[in-house]
Design a binder for this molecule. Sequence first.
Ligand SMILES: Cc1cc2nc3c(=O)[nH]c(=O)nc-3n(C[C@H](O)[C@H](O)[C@H](O)COP(=O)(O)OP(=O)(O)OC[C@H]3O[C@@H](n4cnc5c(N)ncnc54)[C@H](O)[C@@H]3O)c2cc1C
Length: 478
Amino acid sequence: MNSVVTVTNETFNTHVPVLIVGAGAAGLCAALAAKEVGVDAVVVERDAVPSGSTALSAGLIPAAGTRFQRTKGIADSPAVFAADIQRKAKGEADPAVVEAVAQGAGPLVEWLAERHGLPFEVVDNFNYPGHSAMRMHGLPSRTGQELIDRLRNAAEANDIVILTGSIVERLLADRDGRIHGVEVTHRDGAHERIGCDALILACNGFGGNPELVRRFIPEMADALYFGHPGNRGDAVIWGDALGAQLSHLGAYQGHGSVATPHNILISWAVIMQGGIQINREGRRFCDETLGYSEQAAEVLRQPGGFAWSVFDARIATVARQFEDFRNAERVGAILTAETIADLAKAMQVPAAAFAAEWNDVEKLKSAAGGDRYGREFSAEQSCRSPYHAVKVTGALFHTQGGLAVDVNGRVKRNDATTFPNLFAAGGAAAGVSDSTAAGYLSGNGLLTAAVLGQLAGKAAAKQVVTFGPRQKNNGREG
Ligand SMILES: Cc1cc2nc3c(=O)[nH]c(=O)nc-3n(C[C@H](O)[C@H](O)[C@H](O)COP(=O)(O)OP(=O)(O)OC[C@H]3O[C@@H](n4cnc5c(N)ncnc54)[C@H](O)[C@@H]3O)c2cc1C
């Protein structure tokens, strides 16, 4: 069955100004922004309760120049943030979109805090790879579950309708690419065609579609997918059928630190605070601080497809701010020993090889210069007993490629003009990484979800207000 149905003058029983597919961070920020302009947005969500990958995340949104940073004396600016994004993306991310999200992130976090009551704070006791300032903003539990619950509460408080248990199956568009509406299957099996003046795709990427992952990201085809299973690539499939520009489809957020077999995210704080990863032969295998995303494939390339993250009690205290880490401790995923020799025994790795690696790293912590992979340890504190280790594997978190958009989330055609009334944000849109896992700067996921979501919601609503329902502007703004 076609993913996009061509219509001419379709009439609908139900018509809404702004329709949003997906109630993750992108969809809910878009809905809140549209509502603020005075335009009703209806969100269609396949799950009974909105969760998405947003709920699975740590809920950390990077933002520069915020009042939360200023209170803690952290100097930062959108320009520095944009430069960090492009450095990680090797300059391959769309500069206009990078600029828009770097500029918009601070106001977004403050808007969510002040207008919608989300109690953000800046994480100031460790930094993520590639960020030249502490700029991750999180909620008290450091969970995406808290983020999505608070966004949903904000949506409800603003009378935003979320049609849950409803899957958007197809788009209804005319030959100019104007979206007239969508076809929805509700949880009781009933089908409905809902008309709209503007459509925002906020249904994330294709991580939950094994066939598309195999086609575009073969290195992760057999990896654990740790994102939301309902993200089946609908935006990419619909966009492709409409002639939208698809960008960086090989890009993704991986993570090289998912506790196995427990499947619990172990914060990269354990590495950034001075921990290391070793393989089952007791050997280190790379500079772990380049980024957790590219580390997913590195870990999977090790014998057995796993590694051990090793750290000490002080580092565990930092990691404990994350509920996931506390859960990992609760289920016994974190091993503890008084000596490295005893830890090696518990891990069942060759003690001599592991001890040699460990001692080398400890020596480097009091010396200048890098290790054999170029990692600098001189700024790290020495590790002290008791020691900890957790067995981890690499996983695919979400895909970063998607529909190319402009700074307002308007979806671009192949000829770079924009569709008249089609928007995308979050994982549905192309991210601000390059075309690999290595281009992903920590936080790029929620950055483009929340900020582009807000920008798209505002732009879609303003378009409806300006042109009125079913406006005929052909949208070829270039
Ligand atoms: C374990 C983990 C940790 C992460 N940690 C972080 C972090 O700390 N910081 C960060 O920036 N990023 C993080 N990420 C990435 C981040 O979670 C995502 O980039 C972000 O949540 C994407 O938001 P979204 O709104 O685009 O998608 P989602 O939150 O996945 O929402 C998409 C929604 O669309 C719905 N949907 C899909 N198709 C349809 C359809 N056809 N009809 C109706 N509904 C549909 C889905 O059910 C889903 O609810 C993490 C990801 C994972 C998996």
